[in-house]
Structure formats: structure tokens, C-alpha cells
Ligand binder design. Sequence first.
Ligand SMILES: NC(=O)c1ccc[n+]([C@@H]2O[C@H](COP(=O)([O-])OP(=O)(O)OC[C@H]3O[C@@H](n4cnc5c(N)ncnc54)[C@H](OP(=O)(O)O)[C@@H]3O)[C@@H](O)[C@H]2O)c1
Length: 407
Amino acid sequence: MNFSLIRRDQARPTQSLCLLGASGSVGGTTIRYLRRVPDIRLESVSVHSSLEKLQQLLHEFQPPLACISHEDAFDYGIEGLMADFPSVRFFRGADGLVEMVRESQADTVLTAVVGACGIRATVAGIESGKKIALANKETLVTAGPAIQAHSAFASNSTSTACIVPVDSEHNSLFQLLEGQNLSHVHRIVLTASGGPFRDWTGEQIQRARREEVLNHPTWTMGPKITVDSAGMINKGLELIEARFLFSCEADQLDVRIHRNSIVHSMIQLRDGSFHLSCSHPDMIFPVAHTLHYPDSVPEPHREMSFPESWPALSFEMVDERFPGYALCRSAMAMGGTAPAILNAANEVAVDAFLKDRISFSQIPETIDGALQSTEIHQTTDLEELISADEKTRSDLMQKLGALSARE
Ligand SMILES: NC(=O)c1ccc[n+]([C@@H]2O[C@H](COP(=O)([O-])OP(=O)(O)OC[C@H]3O[C@@H](n4cnc5c(N)ncnc54)[C@H](OP(=O)(O)O)[C@@H]3O)[C@@H](O)[C@H]2O)c1
């Protein structure tokens, strides 16, 4: 276990921020926090197609750089935006996102885009020596081996790049692990709320409808991660993210369902003791921690009494009602291109589910089919990992397209 990606010695408190995915749930939490800390300047922003949101942000924060990563949305909105904001430099499409990160003078990139579309922008941030505040877990799931092997993270590197996790479990784990001798850590446990189906039978879960899947009991998040959470695939993706972030062994990682989402993670030391990290379930905690790190957050986020207002803590095992979770564990064990294939298949399947083209139970079936039918390569090459992602997507989009055409 080590902090080679985090590189604590390189981290500096954020003064200017490039925010990717500013119109989403994590993006919105970040904006909410920036309103409280005017010392941190919003230097660049991206949205995919939320033009109205972008307009509001340009009015309020006046960043000099902005990207619309959806090309049609860019073409539709750019004339009006350029007339309203003549001093802003606009970037177009997925390539524009990468270019904006490279050209940005910000010291930190907060990656809050959803999906593997975040990979190249994250790598651009690493290559520009920036602090990466990483919310976009799909980047590490898909490209983890290449990012781990990136020269910026070699022990003799002079790069100023570092990665500080924003995902709440990983952020809390980082805080727990920071004070420890890492060789004394026996086990890392991520908690999961269990999602809306923690008390449903396997059969009921298989028949779950879209509105039931999107009804998360504790967290308010974007639609993709909400679907992932309902099938416990989000927790499986987080295990893979943790494996790369903390360079730990797969068998050191475990998950427990914890209904209240108060404890976000725990570690067990070799002496048998457990250390827990707790906070109210609000992404403002990890976002603020990441931005200020290595300084501490200057003000409390909210008053919390302890222990009167806290419920009894319970922890349950994840069981076979959630086949997607087991698939994530097995892709993690296979390594190489397997997590990239799993993630791409999941993204395509979740999108198809959200469009009512497949059922909830077909999400893990689709992932399983993709893993079974594809040869896994052990590689740390970024392009090979990205092409495993792209091939899986195009194969599945054809397959699912044909499926819905027959129906
Ligand atoms: N939400 C949470 O509490 C939470 C917690 C931990 C980790 N995360 C992780 O953080 C990431 C973002 O999650 P979220 O819940 O904030 O998602 P979200 O609400 O769906 O927001 C996604 C953001 O990404 C943009 N986007 C969508 N497709 C894109 C593409 N192809 N290229 C570039 N940008 C694109 C969206 O722009 P438009 O609005 O214009 O479409 C939006 O700004 C995910 O990786 C998730 O797993 C989320």
C-alpha cells in the first residue's frame, strides 16, 4: 500500500480551479462551496450540453476559459455565448476539454464529469503538473494501470502532479490512512448505503422499474451513479478505484452496507483495531477537504451534535442479490483491460436502461456477456486500455441497438 498517486508532498491548497462537469451534482456542490470561499478563483469550467447553466456560471464567476464538450450543443449555443461573453475563450467537444485543461493556468482540476470521457482530460491535468481533485471514478477504473505507471508518479519524478480523491469513501479513507504506518494496515472497508433495494428480494430487484432505481435513500446524485448504486455496481467500481489510488491488494478491500451513510470508510490495523471516518452524508465535506488540502478546511460545514443525533451503527455483508458487485470484484481480480471492459459495458447498459431499452437485470447480464466474450490483456498502456473501452462500447451499442430494433 502506498500514496504514490496522491503524492502528499506535492499537494498545495487550491487557489484557482478548472472545474470539469460544472453542471452536474458534484459540480454543483463545488460551486456551492466556491461561493463560500471567494479566495479560490474559478478559472475554467466545462459543461456537456447544459448551456443555460454555463451562462449562469459565466455571469457569476467570469472565468476566462469555458468548454462545451457536446459538439452539437457548442454549435447551437456558441454565437449567443460569444456575443454575451466576448472575453471568454470557448473550447469545443471532447478534444476541446483536453485542450482547455492543457491551456488552463489553474493549479487544480476537479474532474466531476461522468464516465470514461474524463480519462484524457485527467491525463492532460497530470501532464500539466496540476493537482487532480478526482471525483470521476470511471477514469481510474478504466485507465488505472496506465495512470499508476505514468512517469509523473515515478518516485524520482519532479512533476508537481498529484491526485486527491473526492469520492466520499476514498476521501475519508485517505484521511484515515494519512496518519498511519501503511504497512500496519490489514484491511480497508468501504461502506455503502445499500441503495433503494437493500431490503428487496433478488426477484424484486430484477424487476425494478426506473423510478424505483432512481429513488436513492440517502444521497442525491446524477442519474448514472444513482443507477450504479442501486445495483451495488458503484461500490464495485469504488473498490477498483481504491485499489489503484492506494496501491493495495484486492483481498485487502472489503465492503459493508451501512444504512445511515454516516461512516464512509474504516480501516483495520494488523493489531485488530478498527478506525472509522464519519460525517454527515454531504459531498461538501470531501470537496472542501480536497480543495484546501494539505491545509485543513477553515470553517465547519454544519453544526452536528454527537452522539445524540446519530443512529445506532450497523454493518451488513453484500450478498448475491447484487450480481454486478461480484462482477466488479472479478474484473478487479482479472486486472489489465478487464475493469475497462466492465466499465464500458456498464456505461452503455446504464444508458440503455435509462432510455427504457433494457431492464434493470440486463445491466449485470450485459457486463457479464462483455467480460465473457472479450480476451483480457494485461497492460499499462493508456491507448490499449482506451481501445478496450471503445471496442466494448461500439460492440454493445450495435448489439443493444439491434435488440431494440427487433422489439
Ligand atoms: N454525485 C455524487 O454525489 C458523487 C459522489 C462521488 C463520486 N461521484 C462521481 O463523480 C462523477 C460525476 O457524478 P455526478 O453525480 O456529479 O454526475 P452528473 O450529475 O450526471 O453530472 C455529470 C457532469 O458531466 C457532464 N458530462 C456528461 N456527459 C459528458 C461527456 N460525455 N463529456 C464531458 N462531460 C460530460 C455533465 O454535463 P451536462 O450537465 O451538460 O450534461 C455534468 O456536468 C461520476 O464519476 C461519479 O461517479 C459522484
